[in-house]
Design a protein around this ligand. Structure first.
Ligand code: UDP
Length: 448
């Protein structure tokens, strides 16, 4: 590396939904002439199926977990903040492999990345891979607790998240995996609220969103942070077309889609982390079958509690007489772009939401946890690009909601209008594109 150059270390949380947008971000920085190193965990570096984009240097640190053990968020936080942080410190310190780093851009969920960079005198920026609306909800958690507004499920509107008083209900607040009566008592939500508060103190926040989607939330975030750059949706402009997947994609589903009429297929995926019960699986399946539409369903082998993937494939095949197609992992962006896809039944993870929005595909949301609860409320009540089933996975509701979204010209019209706007945002001289240029200048100035 050239000692005199601006050199950014990009450090994502080691999960698929965080790696994807930060890899697109890193690629955009390389294209802007910046030297970039990308920090994976050793486990993920071994799993990557494709070579990195040209010009990007890959580094890795251990995550402190045994290879055969897929850790949960809190467990991974713990081991990353001990084993991972020691390796990160060594890497950045004077004698380390990345001692020429002039700026760290770390995932907003990795507090030690900011603390150590501060100690070593390296400016650090926080990258938010989820939506501005959910970031603001997490930032508002102390206020929500103070107002006693965190009990769920409930349809009561909350006053504790600025700008969302008219439509955000308690059941739309970030939610964890345990059955705590209040999200303000859930360990996962509390941890996320804590790391969010820490990230808001960074030199600046970079959010993978567009001001056209989240103007109000961004303005409220800006009032309590040093600076905010809304540069998304980053994938919409990325030259890195190759897959960023940690799983092997099943391309066969593209030929299957080719054999279907325009907008006749329901694409179903709950992302890389959601795990459902066997009962929820059965309800989804029965609901989808009752719609009469063909469907393409991503069922990861670890996705349904206590069920093998072969058994699940058999169940779908038997129930559907060939109308359903199951894959373990799909080339999602290509699927959403395919003319045969009529709607996306999704957990409303932020990457999935953005990928869907850019293609103008209407959504049926069944949020699983954390930011997805808030995202899905925005899809339904603010952007009106889909409907939110929220915490219900009853077969009748699945059937009715999918039918309604597949048939609604109004929802499709809103989804397509949003897609056009997002394409304008990322094209030059769109707002997200200008924000990215402003960010590159900001990063360059940090060196002086
Ligand atoms: N994804 C994919 N193939 C699949 C399912 C998901 O490539 O079969 C990708 C998807 O395109 C998205 C990411 O995995 O970029 C999931 O991120 P998201 O934020 O939607 O959800 P998470 O997995 O973090 O819950």
């Amino acid at each position: 590396m050239d000692d005199a150059a601006v050199h950014v270390l990009v450090f994502p949380w080691p999960r698929q939904g965080h790696i994807n947008p930060m890899l697109h971000f890193a690629t955009a920085l390389v294209d802007a002439g910046v030297q970039v190193s990308f920090l994976h965990t050793e486990r993920n570096l071994r799993r990557l199926a494709h070579a990195p984009p040209v010009g990007l240097r890959l580094l890795s640190i251990p995550d402190g977990q045994p290879d055969d053990h897929p850790p949960g968020f809190l467990e991974l936080q713990e081991s990353m903040s001990t084993t991972g942080s020691a390796a990160y410190r060594a890497l950045l310190s004077a004698a380390g492999a990345d001692s020429t780093v002039t700026c760290v851009v770390a995932d907003s969920t990795i507090p030690f990345a900011f603390d150590i960079a501060d100690e070593l005198g390296i400016p650090s920026l926080a990258f938010v891979t989820h939506s501005a609306c959910s970031y603001l909800a997490l930032l508002s958690m102390p206020k929500l607790v103070e107002l006693g507004e965190t009990a769920f499920p409930a349809d009561d509107l909350v006053r504790g998240v600025p700008g969302m008083e008219g439509f955000l209900r308690r059941r739309d607040l970030p939610r964890g995996l345990c059955c705590a009566e209040k999200c303000g008592e859930d360990p996962l939500v509390l941890k996320l609220a804590e790391v969010t508060a820490r990230s808001s103190k960074a030199r600046a926040l970079i959010v993978n969103t567009a001001a056209s989607m989240e103007r109000s939330a961004l303005a409220h975030i800006a009032s309590c942070t040093a600076d905010v750059f809304a540069v998304g949706p980053l994938h919409a402009k990325s030259r890195f077309a190759a897959s960023t997947s940690l799983w092997r994609e099943d391309d066969g589903c593209m030929a299957w889609l080719d054999g279907h009429e325009d907008r006749s297929v329901v694409y179903v995926s709950l992302g890389s982390l959601a795990v459902i019960t066997h009962e929820q699986f059965t309800e989804f399946l029965a609901g989808l079958a009752a719609t009469g539409y063909a469907f393409l369903w991503v069922l990861r082998p670890d996705m349904v509690q206590m069920a093998s993937s072969a058994l699940l494939r058999e169940a779908v095949g038997a129930a559907e007489g060939g109308r359903g197609r199951v894959v373990q992992w799909a080339p999602q962006r290509d699927v959403l772009r395919h003319r045969a896809v009529g709607c996306f039944l999704t957990h409303a993870g932020w990457n999935s939401t953005l990928e869907c929005a850019v293609e103008g595909v209407p959504m049926v949301c069944w949020p699983f946890f954390v930011d997805q609860q808030t995202n899905s409320r925005f899809v339904d009540a603010v952007w009106r690009t889909g409907l939110d089933m929220k915490d219900i996975s009853d077969r009748g509701v699945v059937e009715r909601t999918v039918r309604e979204v597949m048939k609604s010209d109004e929802i499709r019209g809103m989804a397509q209008a949003m897609a056009q706007q997002l394409r304008r945002d990322v094209a030059e001289p769109g707002l997200s594109s200008s924000e990215f240029e402003r960010l590159v200048r900001f990063i360059e100035e940090l060196k002086h």
